[in-house]
Ligand binder design. Structure first.
Ligand code: DNO
Length: 356
């Protein structure tokens, strides 16, 4: 297991590589070329510069989160092959720079969704939260505006203004895309990129939908065990894998995360591990990684990963904002560092208890 932290690049992140290097047991980062729009080719020079920067800080670039997918590919418009060719070119360039893990999502229009970015908890920390009643009362533009107004001045992943400038047009473009069509378009995409992934040994790790149910009447296809199995079988090759994101899958309390992990043996190259606290079936907030702070059993989750011989890349996921830190919501240094240490501690204990 390789413990990493997500890092947005020196231009965008308040957390530095030097700080990440000092978190015990964290050997690398997961990062991206943050300024790139979906559909653009990443050149080898750009990738190499990013990799050199990470390596000169004594860390390893363990993978990319994300190479985003152009909406034409998700919608299945006639020009999608052009964007798929660009994606293939990017994958080739990543492979040639010895990068073998790519996280992506297939959510229409939005990436992850929350109704609040700084809900106050009783200990004075703030966290991202989701309340269905709030979402039901607003339209997508209002949600976008409210999230952007509360992001501490940071551009958040998945909420880049360029991407959302054409919100109305996008909703129209998705009008005839239902779950089935979206799924077919995903399979079409995966089959096209399969040769380049296999040539360069690139593991594609799809990120589950967050939250794990439809919002604003948009289709959703990566929501739980059944759907994940369907996807694994539709393109049944190791390059087609999953980002096991406990927070996204766990937004639906009916998802049994340890069981999902066990059903995906060999297909999880990347794990995002974090905890959530359910307040009702319409409201949840993010919690510290510690099991007792939320609703999930983090020991059982780490044990399931251990049982399937997980040897991929892992990272703590969203942290609380604590100790007065000013950072991108969910992505401060302090609470994620605490999370990394906790997960490493669980892993060490599981390892040693299996040895006796
Ligand atoms: C949110 C993240 C997502 C994730 C993408 C992957 O904090 O987990 O933005 O990176 O869905 O493409």
């Amino acid at each position: 297991m390789k413990m990493t932290l997500r890092w947005y690049g020196s231009k965008y992140d308040s957390v530095t590589l030097e700080q990440i290097r000092q978190i015990p047991g964290v050997s690398g980062v997961i990062t991206t070329l943050y300024g790139k729009l979906p559909g653009e080719v990443w050149t080898r020079d750009e990738i190499k510069a990013l990799k050199d920067e990470v390596e000169s800080a004594g860390l390893k670039l363990e993978g990319i989160e994300s190479v985003n997918i152009h909406d034409s590919i998700k919608i299945g418009t006639p020009d999608r092959d052009k964007y798929i060719d660009n994606y293939i070119e990017t994958l080739k360039n990543l492979g040639e720079e010895d990068i073998h893990l790519v996280c992506y999502n297939f959510m229409p229009v939005f990436d992850w969704t929350r109704s609040e970015l700084a809900r106050l908890r009783s200990d004075g920390s703030t966290v991202l939260a989701y309340n269905q009643d709030v979402i039901d009362k607003i339209n997508p533009q209002e949600m976008f505006d409210s999230l952007n107004a509360n992001s501490n001045g940071f551009v958040m992943p998945g909420w880049e203004p360029e991407r959302l400038a054409k919100l109305k047009d996008l909703f129209i473009a998705y009008k005839d895309v239902d779950d089935e069509k979206l799924f077919d378009n995903l399979v079409y995409f995966l089959k096209k990129i399969q040769p380049v992934c296999e040539k360069y040994n690139i593991r594609m790790a799809i990120h589950p939908d967050d939250p794990a149910w439809p919002i604003f009447n948009l289709p959703r296809i990566v929501t739980g065990q059944e759907r994940l199995q369907k996807l694994m079988k539709a393109v049944d090759a190791p390059f087609n894998g999953v980002t096991l994101c406990t927070g996204s899958l766990g937004s639906n309390p009916k998802n049994n995360i340890p069981e999902i992990i066990r059903s995906l043996k060999g297909r999880i190259p990347f794990a995002h591990v974090r905890n959530l606290k359910y307040n009702s079936d319409r409201d949840f907030e993010e919690a510290a990684h510690l099991s007792s702070d939320g609703s999930m059993d983090m020991f059982e989750i780490m044990k399931a990963l251990h049982d399937i011989d997980f040897d991929g890349v892992i990272r703590p996921d969203h942290g609380r904002m604590i100790w007065g830190e000013q950072a991108m919501p969910g992505y401060g240094l302090y609470d994620r560092a605490l999370g990394a240490e906790y997960l490493l501690g669980l892993w060490e204990a599981i390892n040693k208890s299996k040895e006796v």
